[in-house]
Design a protein. Structure first.
Length: 169
């Protein structure tokens, strides 16, 4: 295919099925340590450095590797309290969802916000320094989110598992 032609867009299951054992090994290694050098990665997955680099670049172009980031230590940065927040909206209309989402992304310390099924409309994951700072966040920001009927906060007592790694079969 010519370089300037658009590549065929594949569905996620179709794209994932094209991964061979070496691709999966590369992805596993990069999920554990994205700062690994290409030479070290190549040795780990039993490829030459140029072949390894070509595969990593192909995985990036395909969208399988979305970004390379540093994972920060929340305790060291004064954000040791993790709170899960369940939100129920007054109405289930596109406008109320849109208004809530625009406001939710501006909440201090909000790391994630998901539309969910079941008892809640949204789950948010928020980090704060401590219970006092969460109480302030709740009083000054969460209570003013538009269209909210109910907020339930779940303070994480112990984190059993936290990973950014996607399991690869």
């Amino acid at each position: 295919m010519a370089r300037n032609q658009a590549t065929k867009v594949r569905s996620a299951p179709e794209a994932a099925s094209l991964l061979d054992r070496t691709d999966k090994s590369i992805l596993r290694a990069l999920q554990r340590d994205a700062s690994i050098s290409n030479v070290a990665l190549a040795a780990k997955v039993h490829l030459s450095p140029p072949a390894c680099l070509r595969r990593v670049e192909r995985l990036k172009r395909s969208g399988m590797i979305g970004a390379t980031v540093a994972l920060l230590n929340p305790q060291a940065l004064g954000a040791g309290m993790l709170v899960m927040i369940g939100v129920v909206l007054d109405r289930s209309t596109p406008e109320s969802f849109n208004d809530f989402e625009k406001a939710a992304v501006k909440i201090s310390g909000c790391m994630e916000c998901h539309v969910v099924t079941g008892e809640f409309d949204y789950f948010m994951l928020v980090r704060t320094a401590d219970s006092e700072s969460f109480n302030r966040l709740h009083a000054e920001q969460l209570l003013y989110l538009p269209g909210v009927r109910q907020i339930r906060s779940f303070i994480v007592i112990k984190q059993v598992l936290s990973t950014t790694q996607i399991p690869l079969a």
